[in-house]
Design a protein around this ligand. Structure first.
Ligand SMILES: [Zn+2]
Length: 471
């Protein structure tokens, strides 16, 4: 078994790893690289292998940094199956279509800007202007999905099979145990944490010889999840008292539904004033429907709502906004409200309009509820830069900024160590992916020190013949 790291190597986006068995290439995840536009486009549009030669893809979960480049793979000739859990397949249908829409409108925006600049004689170097992929490519990718339920073994080729288990990170998320005669390779995908709203806790790690594990929060310990309600309550009350509104940039999948559930609870307990709450993201509306289709994935709390006949994602003060016109009416609202809108790292989507109109006002509040990768607008807001660039315009950042790390869908250092510990004795190597260098170094030190396993932090393009690694 030959393992090659092609993405999320010393960074947190673009998850993609190659596994070659009997001369067949299989891919674990096919995510979008996010960040600097030009560089990201280059990396996303050219694969380090011929997509026609890829036999299959095994997908850990629906987040775009894991699934978002599948339409490009298909557009460039991939003809195999994309294996995922049923909930991931359903989520991807919406997420890939939405991603295509964003690619198309970004390309249109850049072309228009370039034309305008040329018309007035300003030098313009903004390439590319073609979308990375289109809605048709996304629809075509959706047709390649084949679903496997958790704990079911699926054959990828004569000698290679895999099994999904619950990763507890987002709806449908799974970790993957790949197996051939000689080798068991465990890929964590993104690993969740015990106690997250809605989701069941991650399953324990199955025995394996090699482990590829994420390290997003390799150097962090999260606050207890129980603090979230208290914190959000204080923040919302403070903002409403000064006449401001609350903007929550959130991933349409997972974070939005978790925030909605917490807001539902606070509203029910009358712990926050009776202000309107909006979920402004057509994708989140669709995705929330997918959540409603999969109650088998719920933890006891969310299941309890259903048993009492209550929709955990709908309550009287909450409105889901589907069209852009409705979304724009929020700009004129002069009374306090909460708006939850994608994208989580403020890299696109309607949240940009809310930020554009809201962050210049010191009465308002921005709540960052997830990981903010380097070079994203979310990261710059988190760092409280004096000004940030939105739609090519510098906007002063005067709003209050709060970070709710507790709702993070990623295990922290202690949780990652605890997850590996029971299988550590059998492991020959641990490969750290999906993390920035500082977090990886800290986690590597802990794993080697506490668990006695050799750790590797591969670079993009690094290859390992697992049959040759004996201890
Ligand atoms: Zn994820």
């Amino acid at each position: 078994m030959l393992l090659t790291f092609w993405g999320a190597a010393r960074q947190v986006t673009g998850s993609m790893h190659g596994v070659t068995v009997d001369d067949d290439l299989h891919i674990l995840d096919c995510g979008l690289v996010q960040g600097h536009r030009k560089e990201a486009f280059q990396t996303n549009s050219s694969f380090p292998f011929d997509p026609k030669t890829v036999r299959s893809v095994v997908l850990s979960h629906a987040h775009l940094d894991h699934s978002g480049n599948l339409p490009t793979l298909v557009q460039k000739g991939f003809r195999g199956k994309i294996h995922s859990t049923p909930a991931t397949a359903e989520l991807c249908q919406y997420m890939l279509a939405d991603s295509a829409h964003i690619q198309e409108s970004d390309a249109e925006f850049l072309s228009r800007r370039s034309r305008k600049r040329k018309a007035i004689g300003v030098a313009d170097t903004s390439v590319p202007v073609a979308p990375l992929y289109t809605a048709e490519d996304a629809a075509e990718a959706s047709r390649h999905f084949a679903t496997s339920k958790l704990y079911e073994t699926t054959q990828l080729s004569e000698h290679l099979s895999f099994t999904f288990s619950n990763a507890g990170h987002i709806l449908g998320s799974a970790f993957v145990l790949l197996r051939n005669k000689e080798t068991r390779l465990l890929f964590s995908g993104d690993l969740g944490r015990p106690g997250l709203p809605i989701l069941k806790d991650p399953d324990p790690a199955p025995e394996a010889d090699f482990l590829i594990i994420e390290s997003t929060y390799g150097n962090r310990i999260h606050e207890p999840i129980s603090n979230v309600e208290e914190e959000l309550k204080t923040l919302i009350n403070k903002t409403v008292a000064r006449g401001g509104h609350v903007i929550v940039p959130a991933f349409a999948v997972g974070r939005t539904q978790q925030i909605v559930l917490v807001l539902h609870k606070l509203a029910e307990e009358r712990a926050i004033p009776a202000i309107p709450i909006f979920v402004d993201s057509p994708l989140a509306v669709n995705v929330t429907e997918v959540f409603r289709h999969h109650p088998e994935e719920y933890d006891a709390e969310a299941a309890g709502y259903l048993e009492r006949g209550i929709d955990p994602f709908g309550f009287s003060r909450l409105r889901y906004l589907r069209d852009a016109a409705e979304s724009k009416t929020l700009n004129d609202l002069r009374t306090p409200f909460v708006v939850v809108s994608a994208s989580g790292m403020c890299e696109g989507g309607r949240v940009l309009h809310h930020l554009m109109h809201g962050i210049g006002d010191g009465r308002n509040l921005v709540v960052l509820a997830g990981y903010q990768a380097e070079n994203t607008l979310g990261r710059r807001i988190m760092e409280r830069r004096e000004q940030v660039k939105i739609f090519d315009e510098m906007v002063p950042l005067r709003a209050e900024v709060a970070t709710l790390g507790e709702l993070s869908g990623h295990a922290d250092q202690g949780e990652l160590i605890n997850w590996i510990k029971p299988i550590a004795k059998k492991l020959k190597r641990v490969f750290l992916v999906h993390g920035e260098p500082d977090g990886q170094e800290a986690l590597a030190k802990q794993i080697e020190g506490q668990l006695g396993v050799t750790v590797v932090c591969p670079k993009r393009g690094d290859s390992f013949n697992l049959n040759e690694i004996q201890t």
